[in-house]
Design a protein around this ligand. Structure first.
Ligand SMILES: [Cu+2]
Length: 129
């Protein structure tokens, strides 16, 4: 192998090392972002009192796993409208739980269904990542 052959050999090694480094970076950023998304578990405590919701705005980051813990002074159904379309039955003196992944960004109206009435009591705001 002459001087020219050594040079090509050297260039190939540099390219291979470069590909490995780039590959590691891509893998690492992909891996860490997926871990971050799975790690975000948010518990939100909500109180329904006097046909109102406290707090009236629930703000979470897109991708979080959200657990709602709801107490209510009235027998009702809490309904998260729009893409989520989640209905949670509420019973006085009991904590009702609902868990969902906040995949859809934007503002989603939350209503309280009592008998045949539907009252808008707040909103779920999912902030895009
Ligand atoms: Cu509704």
């Amino acid at each position: 192998m002459g001087v020219r052959g050594n040079w090509i050999y050297f260039a190939v090694i540099i390219v291979v090392i470069g590909v490995i480094i780039i590959g590691l970076y891509v893998f690492r950023s992909y891996y860490s972002s997926s871990i971050q998304a799975g790690e975000e578990n948010i518990d939100v405590s909500i109180r329904i009192q006097g046909k109102k919701m406290f707090p009236d705005t629930l703000r979470v980051t897109q991708g979080s796993n959200v657990t709602l813990k709801i107490t209510s002074d009235v027998e009702a159904v809490l309904h998260i409208h729009g893409a989520y379309n989640i209905e949670i039955s509420l019973t006085p003196s009991r904590i009702s739980n609902a868990t969902f992944k906040a995949i859809y960004p934007g503002r989603h109206i939350i209503a309280l269904h009592i008998d045949h009435d539907e009252l808008e009591v707040g909103a779920l705001e999912v902030i895009p990542r």
